[in-house]
Design a protein. Structure first.
Length: 243
């Protein structure tokens, strides 16, 4: 019988607990859990008990958490959003130190297929200047960052192929001609709904992904963790799914 994959959970909120549920159902072992009350336990020896670490914490804590994992030489999967300003430093450290980091704005397999559809539609629309894009995202009231990391991925992927757009603005501010408007809604306990809309003077095309629960995100994070073990470099869910 093979040894079960040993996972460390950096961040033990609702997502951490959902990941734990999925991992245990798949026969993996949770060797430690770090939350707000035991952050000082995260010494290199402690972290190295895990084969791979899954990090879902807070934007202000993510960089330090990820760097501690990389310095300890343990592969880390991070799903925390809102720390893009320091991600490049973690990425450079990872590449220079021959470590392993996998970050995604959203680990849901469905969302990552949605990203692929969004990229294809944006490429088609680059030749249709009569259509203008916008993005609306809705999440639970506990979400700290706005717009969501998923919304930013949708917009940035579109900006890569659109000649007529160069940036984005968070609504309801008035957008310039070069901006894509993102509307961020926080209500109830919504796990996450994202809609990309292309509007012309005569019609409208929309694509939408609705998450029903956190388990879709948790399942994808566990899939990514299993995939990352034994690899070196910086990766995303596109690498895991081959899309």
């Amino acid at each position: 019988m093979s040894t079960p994959l040993r996972i460390g959970l950096f961040g033990y909120g609702k997502m951490g607990r959902a990941i734990e549920q999925v991992a245990l159902e798949q026969g993996m072992e949770i060797v430690w859990r770090i939350g707000r009350n035991n952050r000082t336990d995260a010494t290199p020896d402690f972290l190295q008990q895990a084969d791979v670490i899954i990090e879902f914490s807070r934007p202000e804590a993510a960089f330090d958490n990820v760097m501690d994992c990389l310095r300890a030489g343990v592969p880390v999967v991070s799903g925390t959003t809102g720390w893009s300003d320091t991600f490049a430093a973690a990425q450079a450290f990872c590449l220079n130190g021959h470590a392993a980091l996998l970050w995604a704005s959203n680990f849901s397999v469905g969302v990552n297929l949605f990203f692929a559809v969004n990229r294809h539609l944006a490429a088609l629309m680059n030749h249709r200047p009569e259509y203008s894009p916008s993005v609306t995202e809705t999440h639970h009231i506990h979400k700290l960052d706005a717009p969501s990391g998923t919304a930013l991925t949708l917009v940035n992927d579109a900006l890569q192929v659109l000649d007529s757009k160069s940036g984005w603005v968070l609504g309801p501010a008035t957008a310039g001609a070069q901006d894509i408007v993102i509307t961020a809604i926080r209500e109830g306990e919504v796990p996450g709904t994202h809609t990309v809309t292309w509007t012309s003077a005569v019609d409208e095309i929309s694509i939408t992904h609705c998450a029903d629960s956190r388990l879709g995100f948790a399942t994808g994070a566990v899939v990514a963790a299993r995939w990352l073990v034994g690899r070196k470099g910086v990766f995303g869910m596109q690498d895991v799914l081959g899309i």
